[in-house]
Design a protein around this ligand. Structure first.
Ligand SMILES: CC(=O)SCCNC(=O)CCNC(=O)[C@H](O)C(C)(C)COP(=O)(O)OP(=O)(O)OC[C@H]1O[C@@H](n2cnc3c(N)ncnc32)[C@H](O)[C@@H]1OP(=O)(O)O
Ligand SMILES: CC(C)C(=O)C(=O)O
Ligand SMILES: [Mg+2]
Length: 568
């Protein structure tokens, strides 16, 4: 029997695949307001790195890693940090005790702990937070139609009863421990798969049980436990929820997006437009499956819209290092704002535009960041422009010129950029690799500066001008194919005189089309760099470059370079 699928069989299979899935139903909200709003302030941030992020790791964080993450989160300015699920693991419990007993929770920072709505777990949670000044106790139970049916085997009332019983117990334990200010957070887990009116019903039952009011708000966390829809539907759900609450003032509406469809950040942003006050997420989006929403991206998206993100992200590389150490997972090189490659342009037209943009910015005095292809100033994140332009086979002349100027002070003229970029392109194509600045410099030296064969300049001297003569007479000692000779020529200046000497003494006929020079470096070490563009007898146009502490020598070397290149 033949088991190889035919094209027809393949397409039949893929047709069947999509029929397995049910599209998400839109929310009935014809007068939605969120599309007309803009985000004007940062939400209250809550990091869930030490809980949701941690529960998803191959190797969960031990005490040292937990502590390193906690300290990094404090340094960034998080005011609410979910430090774990103390009833679920001894490590989490011990970490709670360590930071409470060790006085490691700064004033103004509130720890948050997660618990299921089960009596023994809630009681153990309270043991974990004993002695804390303030704590958010985060109670959750799953509310979606699917989970009610297949996980809990309960009807709606049964699910409400779990939440209400958990709330009652937390209220009772909070009253028994007045030394700790307890804030209740309730999550209808799997909110995005829950009928909206039922999500509202259960949340309002929790609020009523707690006795929530404007002075004693409950945090209602509406998680996209699994991201199931486009972000606009998420926003509709949040707006619908906020607008239909009996007592909106008695709740802080919190988002907890996951990233199953890869749109966690967008969902959070639209959710904020839709009325949410708070966002739970993790650094670089670590978390269950495809992760939680990435707070770094969210915060920096705010920054680049001119909104203070209220998180300190001054040294992104350091935050990456801590996150990678704690999670033992790498941050992708293309991760927004943080990846190793995000401030790097390989492609020619991008390099050209960045190069021009940076130059224009340096001359401007308006203080507004505007560089093509760079949505953020790398220096705001503690990164530099150093690696902005890197060279491979996709690069253009602008990038090559940028690297030579920035790293070596060599400002090659525009037409030379075009000529030299062909050399670089050839090398990049041959190696298939990225070229480091040193590779480009070496290629430039090999192509223009270090070519002293067949002709090499040994020394030169100028004869004093006669009283009635405007001409300059130059004697040049050269070696040609190893044979040393002295050439003599005259002209308006040393270049002209050398051209004459080459024509008469060596039969090399070059015509100078363009000449430029500039200094490289400063002070005693300064060198002159001279560029000559020449036309040959057979109508070819090419460049020669010379460098020397003496400007005349640099110019003559440039002609020698051009003559040798012409003879190739
Ligand atoms: C979306 C999220 O991220 S939710 C957070 C998930 N995080 C974790 O689960 C990490 C830590 N969890 C654990 O270590 C364990 O689950 C523990 C220690 C909390 C509990 O373990 P166990 O007692 O073995 O139970 P398990 O977690 O398997 O729970 C299953 C039972 O709890 C019930 N349950 C699950 N969630 C909840 C809840 N939020 N509230 C009340 N009951 C719940 C289930 O219906 C099931 O009941 P059954 O045994 O009668 O069928
Ligand atoms: C516990 C809850 C808030 C959660 O992590 C989720 O639903 O994703
Ligand atoms: Mg989660």
């Amino acid at each position: 029997m033949n088991h190889i699928a035919t094209p027809a069989a393949t397409s039949a299979t893929s047709a069947a695949k999509h029929e397995k899935y049910v599209p998400f139903a839109p929310v009935k909200l014809t007068d939605r307001q969120w599309p007309n709003r803009t985000i004007e302030k940062a939400p209250v941030w809550c990091s869930v790195d030490l809980r949701d992020g941690n529960q998803a790791l191959i190797e969960p964080m031990g005490p040292d890693r937990k502590r390193a993450m906690f300290d990094a989160l404090l340094k960034m300015g998080f005011k609410e940090i979910e430090i774990g699920f103390p009833a679920a693991s001894q490590t989490d419990f011990d970490f709670c005790r360590e930071i409470i007993e060790g006085g490691k929770i700064p004033d103004g920072v509130t720890i948050q702990v997660l618990t299921q709505a089960r009596e023994e777990l809630i009681r153990r949670t309270f043991e974990g937070i004993k002695g804390a000044k303030r704590a958010i106790v985060h109670l959750y139970n799953s509310t979606s139609e699917l989970q009610r049916r297949v996980v809990f085997g309960l009807d709606r009332q049964g699910i409400v009863d779990i939440a209400v019983a958990g709330t009652k117990l937390i209220k009772q334990l909070a009253a028994e421990h007045p030394e700790t200010e307890i804030v209740l957070q309730y999550s209808p887990e799997s909110f995005t798969g829950t009928e909206l009116e039922f999500a509202l019903e259960i949340c309002e039952a929790v609020m009523e049980t707690w006795g929530a009011d404007a002075a004693n708000k409950v945090i209602l966390n509406l998680p996209a436990t699994v991201e199931m829809s486009t972000p606009n539907i998420h926003a509709d759900q949040i707006e619908w929820f906020c607008r239909n609450m009996k007592n909106r003032d008695a709740a802080i509406i919190s988002l907890h997006p996951h990233n199953d469809r890869g749109t966690g950040v967008a969902a959070a942003e639209l959710g904020m437009l839709a009325g949410a006050d708070r966002v739970e997420g993790t650094l670089f989006g670590n978390g269950e499956r495809t992760g939680n929403v990435d707070v770094i991206t969210l915060a920096l998206n705010l920054l680049t819209q001119g909104v203070d993100p209220e998180l300190r992200i001054d040294d992104i590389n350091e935050i990456v290092r801590v996150a990678e150490y704690c999670t033992q997972l790498p941050v992708h090189p293309r991760h927004p704002y943080a990846g190793e490659l995000v401030f790097t342009a390989f492609s020619g037209s991008h390099q050209d535009a960045i190069n021009k943009g940076l130059k224009a910015l340096a001359k401007s005095n308006h203080g507004t960041w505007e560089v093509p292809y760079l949505p953020i100033d790398p220096q705001d994140l503690g990164r530099s422009y150093e690696a902005v332009i890197r060279i491979n086979s996709q690069s253009g002349k602008g990038g090559i010129a940028y690297v030579l100027e920035k790293d070596y002070g060599i400002q090659i003229p525009r037409r030379l950029q075009i000529e030299f970029s062909k050399t670089v392109q050839r090398i990049a194509d041959e190696t298939g690799k990225e070229l480091a600045p040193a590779d480009i410099h070496n290629a430039f030296k090999a192509e223009y500066l270090d070519i002293d064969a067949p002709l090499a300049l040994i020394e030169h001297s100028t004869e004093p001008r006669g009283p009635n003569s405007g001409a300059r007479v130059l004697n040049v000692v050269v070696s040609r194919d190893g044979v040393v000779s002295t050439l003599k020529g005259s002209g308006k200046g040393p270049i002209d005189a050398f051209l004459d000497a080459l024509r008469q003494g060596a039969g090399i006929d070059l015509h100078v089309v363009d000449y430029r020079e500039h200094a490289v470096g400063e002070g005693e070490d300064a060198q002159a760099c001279a560029y000559v563009e020449v036309k040959t007898n057979d109508e070819r146009t090419l460049f020669g470059v010379g460098m020397d502490a003496d400007i005349v020598t640099a110019s003559l070397r440039a002609l020698v370079s051009a003559a040798n290149r012409a003879s190739r």
